[in-house]
Ligand binder design. Structure first.
Ligand code: B3K
Ligand code: ZN
Length: 889
């Protein structure tokens, strides 16, 4: 147990730092068994601190202190105190030079935080608090310093030595060693520090900024991956141009580097001028990567690049402000992706994720606001709430202000706070300043946790030609926040007449004639009456998903199917389909529980039939949108909606519904499949992607016919595919729909796939996750076999996510097996990972913390496992926080 375990940090305790670091000079000597770090810190007391007597307290973890010098004098052991977390020196002067020499062991650092070894290279991950594992420092984001970094290493093994900023000098040293010195002209907090040393190759390109400066761009990889860098380079250049055009933000250094590493706890990291990426988030070529990976890479490359302004130039005052950079940057990358591809489909996919994962977080034990009040371990707060809900909050502000004022607001924010560490409040104030809009009530989105629930009822008065929407809001309690004040909720609406035409919307006689309107819901209950409405309309509610809320409206199934085919807004259209499917699924689950036959409402079959028809005849239709309309709500979303979640019912009824749709619409699915087979060579381009998505969606349904003809077609697609999207889709279609008739084919292809791709790590990861996530009851033994497979490695986070993560998060029926075997499996691995990589351990634990969602038998089984984890003698603060909070009443 670490001393810090169980200690809570509160936002209300924030104090400015007692000391500042004006300049940081590092010498990092890399060796095979140890690394020596010499830090020269030019320090002074913070004039704003008013604590003239305060001792100097530096953070440090897992460091061996070799020597400390203050103002050039070596300190005796009695001059300072050092423990597992801190170095404390009392009686320091107003300004001084502090020099520390420490020894660290990157080769033994399995937490992948601080300086560590990924395969053959050294690399770093400092956000949030990893720098303290490199040297003693004021490891907090409001201490900004200039950095000069000299790296020394053996030349043969580590010919490439990189750090932030510009290369100042490099050269030979004796004994086969060499050095490179990098200097970053921009002051930054230490969480943005990075260092890389390895035998790396690179592709290079350049970008000329709007003011005419030439920037060198480089992507560094191991030689084996040199053929997979082009797409990321192209995405980077597009992101750089987009940020100039949309936000007026230019890149500021002369060089921008990306390095791909195989062992990485998350997606990527925005270190100043030297982004470090999980290889799965940067490397791609058509033969090995799916459309999904390409899209992900495009958005992550852009996200990290955008941080150069939203995060690096303007950074966070403290970690409670994390969403200041993350929510804003996710909003920026989502808009970039929308501009690069299909806006509607991007939005639907983001909303689908938010509703499944973030809403679940909001209703679980770790629920927290976008600006949390407290944390035990900050690594646990890199959550969907901070990122995705934070982005929704920024999106609402952007919509409230409109394009021009929002741009004025971001211009003001970037200029007013350039080079500073600030708060979400500073961001909101800029928006108020430029717009004159009062955001007082809106600020509750930052401080109150939980998902607001809206209930809409409607009334049409034919005589008065008035249509009234009554909207109620309430937000369920969350830990430490039992009562909520009403939120300011923008609800974008339209009213459709019986032909699907939008009616002019007038809330009063002098109101304009707009056909889409933002209703500003500020009270617990409010009425909005539209005048001059000639007939009872069908309301289209929450267009564009205008606020991150749950919305209930008493639509009939006919109205839902009407919205599905007539509504203009992609989100409402898709949501109508989801609601319709939900109604049918719920009815089926009730019938199943009552022991009655499950039947499918023909309205749903007709609605799906029309989507397939549109795919065949409507040349202008967005096929990616249609593919989304053909997907039933995922099991995880169905589980999120019900308490208790009926695990078997959800799986059985959803599968049965899919089967029935496949049988009833077999001819249409077949036509859609064949119409979208293409022998054009692979292009990552919206129309081509949409065609592949639609084709592979149809193939998934066709597998359910259990017809040898369609198994043969899947095999043919597998064999003839020239890209990974089609090859893996064929394999997944077979693996996800196992039956006796396709068993031997399935097994043959699973083996052949590994045979073919065993040397491509990223493809092997897909192979592992495709099998682990297969929604097949009783596949835990198969997953356990994968853990024994030569390709698996518990020290590599991607492999852990591909097997353990995929099984526990995506395979509801397998993970929640009634005998508790899935829970036991997860707890076993959380305990193992707790010792080696606490961040990954606590991340994996999430599905167990959701025990309140399930029936009492499962609750008991899940709690047994949580208590077993809790009883571990050496629990990391990361796991301790999650497990203890999830067991609290
Ligand atoms: N800022 C990093 C995340 C760091 C996570 C540290 N546990 C990547 C990103 O959001 O861009
Ligand atoms: Zn980010």
């Amino acid at each position: 147990m670490k001393e810090s375990q169980g200690k809570t940090v509160y936002l209300r305790d924030y104090r400015v730092p007692d000391f500042l670091i004006d300049d940081t000079q590092l010498i990092v000597e890399l060796f095979e068994t140890q690394t020596l770090v010499s830090a020269r810190l030019k320090m002074r007391r913070n004039p704003a601190a008013q604590t003239p007597q305060a001792p100097l307290v530096l953070s440090g973890r897992a460091l061996e202190l070799l020597e400390v010098k203050l103002a050039g004098k070596v300190l005796a052991g009695s001059d300072y105190q050092v423990d597992a977390e801190q170095l404390t020196i009392a009686g320091v002067p107003a300004s001084f030079m502090l020099e520390c020499r420490t020894r660290i062991k990157p080769q033994e650092n399995t937490s992948l935080e601080g300086l560590y070894k990924s395969r053959v290279m050294f690399c770093t991950q400092c956000e949030a608090e990893g720098f303290r594992k490199i040297t003693y420092y004021l490891d907090r984001p409001d201490v900004l310093s200039s950095f000069t970094t000299r790296i020394e290493a053996e030349k043969l093994r580590y010919p490439v030595l990189l750090s932030n900023g510009n290369l100042l000098a490099s050269g030979e040293l004796g004994g086969g060693r060499h050095f490179a010195t990098w200097q970053d002209p921009f002051k930054k907090p230490c969480y943005l520090f990075a260092l890389v040393a390895g035998d790396l190759e690179n592709i290079s390109d350049s970008f000329t900024t709007s003011s005419g400066r030439k920037v060198e761009l480089k992507i560094f990889v191991e030689a084996k991956d040199l053929d997979k860098c082009d797409f990321a380079m192209d995405a980077l250049k597009r992101a750089m141009r987009w940020d100039e055009q949309v936000y007026g933000r230019e890149y500021d250094l002369d060089i921008f580097m990306i390095v791909a590493v195989d062992d990485f706890n998350m997606g990527a990291m925005e270190n100043k001028g030297l982004n470090i990426f999980n290889s799965s988030c940067v490397l791609a070529k058509p033969e090995t990567s799916t459309d999904f990976s390409f899209a992900r890479i495009e958005s992550i490359v852009a996200h990290e690049y955008f941080h150069n302004w939203s995060g690096n130039r303007v950074t966070c005052r403290d970690w409670f402000q994390l969403s200041l950079k993350e929510g804003f940057t996710v909003f920026r990358d989502a808009e970039f992706s929308a501009d690069m591809g299909s806006r509607a489909v991007n939005r639907i996919e983001d909303v689908g994720m938010l509703r499944t994962v973030q809403f679940a977080e909001d209703s679980g034990p770790m629920a927290h606001s976008v600006r949390p009040e407290s944390y035990m371990e900050i690594s646990n707060f890199y959550t969907v709430t901070i990122y995705e809900k934070g982005a929704e909050v920024v999106r609402m502000i952007a919509n409230l202000l409109g394009k021009e004022l929002f741009r004025k607001g971001t211009d003001l924010y970037f200029s007013r706070f350039d080079g500073m560490a600030v708060t979400t409040e500073d961001f909101v104030q800029c928006m108020e300043t430029v717009s004159g809009i009062n955001l007082t009530q809106f600020r509750r989105w930052y401080s109150q946790a939980g998902t607001p629930e809206l209930t809409v009822s409607r009334d049409y008065d034919a005589k008065q030609r008035r249509f009234t929407l009554t909207i109620k809001q309430q937000c369920p309690p969350t830990p430490r926040q039992p009562d909520k004040e009403p939120f300011y909720i923008p609800v974008t609406v339209a009213l459709l007449d019986s032909n699907g035409q939008e009616l002019p919307l007038q809330l009063g006689a002098d109101d304009g004639q707009a056909t889409s309107k933002v209703l500003r819901l500020t009270d617990a209950e409010q009425q909005f009456t539209f005048i001059n409405i000639p007939e009872a309309p069908v309301p289209a509610l929450l267009r564009g998903f205008s606020a991150p809320v749950k919305l209930q409206c008493d639509y009939t199934r006919e109205e839902l199917s009407f919205l599905m085919s007539h509504e203009r807004d992609g989100f409402v259209r898709w949501e109508a389909g989801q609601q319709l499917s939900l109604a049918v699924l719920n009815e089926g689950m009730q019938a199943r529980l009552a022991g009655q036959p499950v039947t499918v409402d023909p309205v749903l079959i007709t609605a799906f039939g029309s989507v397939l028809q549109a795919a065949l005849v409507d040349v202008n239709a967005d096929k990616a949108m249609l593919a989304n309309l053909l997907l039933l709500p995922p099991e995880a979303y169905l589980a999120e909606l019900a308490v208790p979640a009926d695990v078997e019912g959800i799986h059985a009824v959803r599968e049965q519904l899919r089967r029935q749709l496949a049988h009833e619409l077999a001819d249409l699915f077949a036509q859609v499949y064949h119409a979208n087979v293409s022998n054009e060579s692979y292009r990552y381009e919206a129309r081509a992607i949409a065609g592949r998505t639609l084709k592979n969606t149809a193939l998934n349904y066709l597998m359910l016919l259990e017809d040898p003809h369609w198994f043969a077609i899947a095999k043919q697609q597998y064999d003839s595919a020239t890209n990974m999207t089609d090859q893996s889709a064929a394999l997944r279609a077979l693996v996800n729909n196992p039956c006796a008739a396709n068993q031997s084919l399935r097994e043959t292809l699973v083996a052949a796939f590994y045979q073919q791709w065993q040397h491509e790590t990223l493809v092997v990861e897909q192979w592992l996750s495709l099998q682990s996530a297969a929604p097949v009851p009783g596949n835990l033994p198969a997953v356990q076999q994968l853990i024994k497979h030569e390709a698996f490695d518990l020290r590599n986070p991607n492999k852990v996510r591909s097997v353990i993560g995929a099984f526990c998060n995506s395979n509801l029926i397998g993970f929640h097996a009634g005998d508790g075997s899935g829970y036991r499996f997860l707890a076993d691995y959380v305990i193992k990972l707790n010792a080696s990589n606490p961040q990954i351990a606590s991340r994996q634990l999430t599905p167990l913390t959701r025990w309140r969602k399930y029936d009492t038998t499962r609750q008991a089984l899940m709690k047994v496992e949580l208590r077993r984890v809790m009883a571990e003698p050496k629990l990391s603060p990361d796991v301790f926080e999650i497990v203890s909070k999830s067991l609290q009443d």
